[in-house]
Ligand binder design. Structure first.
Ligand code: ZN
Length: 157
């Protein structure tokens, strides 16, 4: 998708999607849904056309942390949410956008890490181990191969 064909690079996108911009700096902007089911649902997007998280570079890469921390902190304070969930799917519009969803007590958010029926085993540390009842587990050797490849690639920088 080119910048010219990108809906998030269009100046009309907020109007079309029923969003309103609440903040921007030189690299990022934050807009909020004006209707929906989640109080404070917001979108953090780079102003420059950057398709996916894996394409993040330059000044946007350097400023992503402060921008998402600031937006999440403000959303938490204003909505009273204990947590602000961040979702990046990337399957729809090819312009990076982080969905920021305050999880308020009366909210309707799904907090499932995987789809379908799951079992959560509480571990001694307090963490939970999730087991799917609907999907077959990926063989350990395949997971290990990907783990090794990622470890090697991350070490290369
Ligand atoms: Zn774009």
């Amino acid at each position: 998708m080119t910048e010219a064909a990108c809906p998030l690079c269009s100046s009309h996108v907020d109007e079309e999607l029923g969003r309103t911009e609440v903040w921007r700096d030189d690299h990022w902007r934050l807009s909020m849904a004006r209707r929906g089911w989640t109080l404070g649902f917001s979108y953090l997007e780079p102003i420059r056309h950057i398709p996916f998280l894996a394409d993040l570079d330059g000044d946007e890469s350097a400023t992503f942390g402060p921008a998402i921390a600031r937006a999440s902190r403000v959303l938490r304070e204003v909505t009273g949410a204990r947590l602000v969930h961040a979702y990046v799917f990337g399957g729809g519009v090819a312009h990076l956008h982080v969905h920021l969803a305050p999880n308020v007590p009366e909210g309707v958010l799904s907090t499932a890490l995987i789809s379908g029926d799951v079992e959560v085993e509480q571990l001694p540390s307090g963490a939970g181990r999730i087991t799917s009842r609907d999907h077959p587990e990926i063989p350990g050797e395949r997971l290990d191969a990907v783990i090794d490849q990622v470890r090697e690639a991350m070490a290369r920088g």
